[in-house]
Ligand binder design. Structure first.
Ligand code: HPA
Length: 276
């Protein structure tokens, strides 16, 4: 089912009952990144289960609630936990929250995720600014924009050049440099999961130009660009998908923890600049 303005309006109405705050930036927190929500001031917390149309995520490390409030003085909407395609949600259901964020007033989106490293010149764990993406589910027709296009939501054939806003990327690089945070920059490739990529697949994806591989984010960015939002993406490369003998979700969460302080400093540093 594609996104309907009335369904979006119902979710917006429910959120507006809880808070009149109009967010400038929506932030999707990936696996293990939820800690950032503790920094939100004047926070109003709304469980996804109470928002009509929101799919409820079930993966460990994902909480499943919306936090509205201020971060560094900027009104933000923090989506703590996301719904993934591999959980059985349609690409449309998994991206419904992005439509709701846009309708609430957010014109910018920060997406975050844990990902496997494919660039063997880099060590892990590491933080990576996303410069572009490869949508492998899209290659086989799994794209949230498949179906009739609602022109009130966006154009039929959205351009995906500079999907990751060049100005936001510069702000993130500048912020990282000033704060002494190491930040790689590269291409994120989405695989549907839930099985991790095989070593042969990892080599294939690296040869295709990807630096990081994960199971999320891309559908959200496609919808955000369709909706005219500007996007900043940050990955935490938790493991080397190429150079290690195995991949394990517990290791992924542990690695995110080791980068959480830098991640939070980076996000909190860049947010005021994104709205300046
Ligand atoms: N592959 C896919 N998704 C991931 C990985 C990986 O190696 N690490 C964290 N998320």
């Amino acid at each position: 089912m594609s996104h309907h303005p009335e369904t979006i309006a119902r979710a917006v109405g429910k959120i507006r009952e809880a808070t009149g705050l109009v967010p400038r930036i929506a932030i999707v927190l990936g696996s293990g990144f939820n800690h950032l929500e503790n920094a939100v001031q004047e926070a109003v917390k709304i469980p996804y289960a109470e928002i009509p149309g929101f799919p409820v995520p079930v993966v460990p490390g994902h909480q499943g609630h919306l936090m509205m409030g201020r971060l560094e003085g900027v009104v933000v909407a923090v989506l703590s936990g996301r719904a993934h395609f591999y959980e059985g949600h349609s690409p449309q259901a998994a991206t419904f929250s992005i439509r709701v964020m846009r309708a609430l007033g957010a014109d910018s989106l920060i997406v975050t995720n844990a990902a496997g490293g494919l660039n063997t010149a880099w060590k892990t764990p590491a933080l990576m600014l996303i410069s572009d993406h490869i949508n492998t589910p899209g290659f086989v027709g799994v794209n949230p924009l498949v179906g009739p296009n609602d022109d009130t939501l966006g154009t039929r054939f959205p351009d995906m050049h500079d999907a990751y806003d060049p100005e936001f990327r510069k702000l993130a690089r500048d912020t990282a440099r000033e704060l002494g945070i190491e930040l790689m920059e590269g291409v994120y490739v989405m695989v549907a999961g839930p099985a991790y990529e095989t070593p042969a697949e990892a080599r294939f994806l690296a040869a295709g130009g990807a630096d990081a591989v994960g199971m999320s984010t891309v559908p959200e960015v496609v919808v955000a660009r369709h909706a005219g939002m500007r996007v900043l993406g940050i990955s935490c490369l938790t493991n080397s998908s190429i150079a290690s003998d195995s991949i394990d979700h517990v290791e992924v969460l542990t690695s995110v923890k080791s980068k959480i302080a830098d991640f939070e400093r980076l996000i909190r540093g860049v947010i005021p600049r994104m709205v300046a």
